[in-house]
Design a protein around this ligand. Structure first.
Ligand SMILES: Nc1ncnc2c1ncn2[C@@H]1O[C@H](COP(=O)(O)OP(=O)(O)OP(=O)(O)O)[C@@H](O)[C@H]1O
Ligand SMILES: [Mg+2]
Length: 285
């Protein structure tokens, strides 16, 4: 505007300036609805995407609650019934709990404890709040007693431990290593026929050491393989068994990641599977 006043003697220049000003305004006036329209469209699309993501989260939440409620209710109901019976019997002085009933109480309590721990760990992994206390660890010494304990849990399977070469010490949290191995051996036993062997091996591997669990079980199909580490994923065979939440491998991978390690799987249907966990070596000093 000030420029126009300064040049008001020069008729031609002023008109030219005015024309330019008008052109700029009218261009803006024309462009504004287009810009706002495009912006509105973008916002609309973004809103739509957010809404469908939110719907997906809600669906997952519902699915999760249904599964958790189902799996938690069974052991709780069994526990409740047993405890009520025990109370009645104690009242009339005949509280001599049969060993088998006591065993079932212990098993159900353990299962309940496992489920709650699994849910808590999965939540911690989701919110990246999983904490590990990694220390230099010699795998053979750490794994051996765990394998001895696991032998009592694998039913009719045999459990073999092989130490190949001289694996270096790795950075690991021993209690989390226990959880990793327990989950993998639990799966190996669950998804293979009774009597088949399960082999645990420890060997040196580039920059660290690998701990692997091999079974001669049902294996995993090519289609299912990319999904086994996903939260709540279970094959149709596993779902039909109605056992577990499909969280074991999700948590195992979360634990391995928290160690700065890697987990991989190789499997052939009806031949078996190998899950391998690589952990970085402990740096000296
Ligand atoms: N060793 C294995 N052999 C064949 N299939 C396996 C093996 N390990 C895992 N799977 C498949 O991967 C799925 C996911 O395993 P994951 O351990 O996460 O869940 P789950 O064993 O079904 O339940 P959870 O571990 O929560 O009790 C299983 O349901 C099964 O289909
Ligand atoms: Mg499992």
């Amino acid at each position: 505007m000030r420029e126009l006043v300064l040049r008001k003697k020069d008729h031609v220049t002023v008109r030219k300036e005015l024309r330019q000003e008008r052109t700029a305004y009218s261009y803006m006036a024309l462009a504004t609805p287009l810009v706002f329209g495009a912006f509105g469209l973008l916002l609309g699309r973004r809103h739509e995407r957010l809404r469908s993501a939110q719907e997906q989260i809600n669906r997952m939440h519902e699915e999760f609650c249904a599964i958790a409620a189902h799996d938690l209710r069974n052991p709780i109901t069994a526990l409740q019934l047993r405890l009520e019976t025990l109370r009645e019997r104690m009242k009339d002085g005949s509280a001599n709990l049969p060993a088998e009933a006591l065993e079932r109480l212990v098993t159900n309590t353990r299962r309940l404890d496992q489920l709650v721990s699994q849910l808590l760990d999965a939540t911690r992994i989701d919110s990246r709040k999983l904490e590990i206390a990694a220390v230099p660890t010699a795998l053979p010494e750490c794994i051996s007693p765990i394998v001895d304990r696991l032998r009592m849990t694998v039913g009719k399977h045999s459990l073999e431990l092989a130490i190949e070469g001289a694996p270096p010490a790795v950075m690991a949290d021993p209690s989390r290593l226990d959880q990793i191995l327990t989950n993998l051996v639990d799966n190996a036993a669950k998804y293979s026929p009774d009597g088949t062997p399960i082999r645990i091996a420890i060997r040196p591997e580039q920059g660290g050491a690998t701990l692997s669990v091999t079974d001669r079980g049902f294996g995993i199909s090519k289609d299912e393989l990319p999904h086994v580490f996903e939260r709540f994923y279970q094959s149709s065979r596993a779902r039909a068994k109605k056992s577990g939440l499909g969280l074991g491998l999700y948590i195992t991978k979360g634990l391995v990641d928290a160690h700065g390690g890697k987990i991989s799987v190789a499997s052939q249907p009806n031949r078996g599977s190998t899950f391998a966990v690589w952990l970085p070596r402990a740096t000296p000093g």
